[in-house]
Write a protein that binds this ligand. Structure first.
Ligand code: SAM
Length: 374
């Protein structure tokens, strides 16, 4: 893929920009195979390719410039805004929304935050698009200074973007490089955006995690569903379940599915999706995945884990090792920690594995592997 911003040296976020896509995918699979090289006899399914461009369902735009000429993109080395509204990895529906958001910043006089001067209000715009073209927009602000003006002019924004279904303000008062703060003020009647993935309706609230590449997420959940269906377990845990993407794909008549996740907001959303889908056997609990497993008395027949980049860690891996669970599905966005976690559970051997390219133009990717007790 070619990118004018990259070629002009304005943005280097996509570290593999310009590298032919086939080479990127081959290198990712080679890297994954390296991390699992200690394990013999793995059947590698063909890597799942992504669209090279327009695949990101979420734009995290740093706001810079002035209230009359805001930039949406990143900050340069001096802390000044660089406009990246045509960023090619973003879904075209996000590009289409940016001009109306810029107009709204002007209308509501929301001063972009000036990092070097430590002045201003609007730090980031976080915009997510659903597979049906609905939008969620979050304004990350230093304080509530502009909140009443945002409320006052919101109807104009909603008229300009009729597909905008959830809008919120997030307060991030500190002068440090974090994306968002703890306080969220939802401005619209709706708090949840529906995310249709395969035949499953997921919900997304402002602060919950969602896989950034929806078609690849669909392939990932479908892969897990296929492997789980082979043995039709009566009980399944989905650890690190987020808004329930895996759990809701694995729900089946007569099967008990339990999703565990630290974010109470994500758990509430997952519970609602399960209720709306009529899945009484699917439950969600806000808990630490390791604490939940260690406190349990009866392990399920199958465990699926999908941890953050740090992996599941030694305590949970050792619990899985001694749990007697026959099959584990491990979905990982960091094959290095996946390889490390596997060393702590030698009885659970990876028998099948697949790379899915969740993050084209970067070195990152998702890997899913089926572990079976030897
Ligand atoms: C990579 S995301 C996966 C989410 C989900 N499986 C999906 O497909 O959207 C990891 C999730 O783990 C959650 N998490 C982080 N630490 C956790 C912990 N110690 N116990 C349980 N969940 C945790 C995060 O909030 C996040 O939702």
């Amino acid at each position: 893929m070619q990118c004018d911003y990259f070629d002009a040296g304005l943005c280097r976020s996509c570290t593999l920009m310009g590298v032919p896509y086939g080479e990127q995918l081959a290198a990712k699979e080679a890297h994954c195979r390296e991390q699992l090289a200690a394990h013999e006899g793995i059947t590698w399914l063909p890597a799942v390719a992504s669209a090279e461009r327009g695949f990101r369902n979420k734009a995290k735009m740093v706001v810079g410039g002035t209230v009359d000429a805001p930039t949406l993109g990143i900050l340069d080395a001096a802390g000044h805004g660089v406009d990246l509204q045509r960023c090619g990895v973003c879904d075209p529906g996000l590009h289409a929304a940016f001009p109306a958001l810029v107009d709204f910043i002007r209308l509501a006089r929301i001063q972009p935050y000036d990092v070097p001067a430590r002045r201003g209000e609007l730090k980031h715009l976080l915009v997510t698009i659903s597979p049906d073209g609905e939008l969620m927009v979050r304004f990350v602000l230093r304080s509530q200074e502009s909140l009443s003006r945002i409320r006052k002019h919101l109807a104009t924004l909603l008229a300009a973007l009729p597909n905008l279904v959830v809008a919120s303000v997030n307060l991030q008062p500190e002068h440090k490089a974090v994306l968002e703060g703890a306080d969220e003020i939802v401005l619209t009647e709706r708090q949840t955006m529906r995310m249709r993935v395969n035949d499953v309706e997921l919900g997304l609230r402002s602060r919950s995690f969602f896989q950034t590449n929806t078609p690849i997420a669909a392939a990932l959940y479908a892969q897990a569903r296929e492997w789980v269906a082979e043995t039709a377990p009566a009980s399944v845990w989905d650890l690190y379940c987020g808004v329930g993407g895996f759990a809701l794909h694995l729900a089946a008549p007569g099967r008990e599915v339990v999703g565990i996740e630290t974010s109470a907001e994500a758990v509430r959303t997952a519970e609602r999706s399960a209720a709306e889908a009529g899945l009484p056997g699917t439950r969600f609990l806000a808990d630490d995945a390791t604490a939940f497993a260690l406190a349990s008395t009866v392990p399920p027949e199958l465990v699926l884990v999908n941890p953050p980049r740090r992996g599941i860690g030694t305590a949970l891996a050792e619990w899985l090792e001694r749990s007697g669970v026959e099959r584990v599905v491990y979905s990982s966005c960091n094959a290095v920690t996946l390889g490390r976690d596997l060393r702590s559970m030698p009885s659970l051997r990876p028998t099948r594995a697949r790379v899915l390219d969740m993050f084209p133009q970067t070195n990152h990717y998702e890997a899913i592997t089926l572990l079976e007790r030897a």
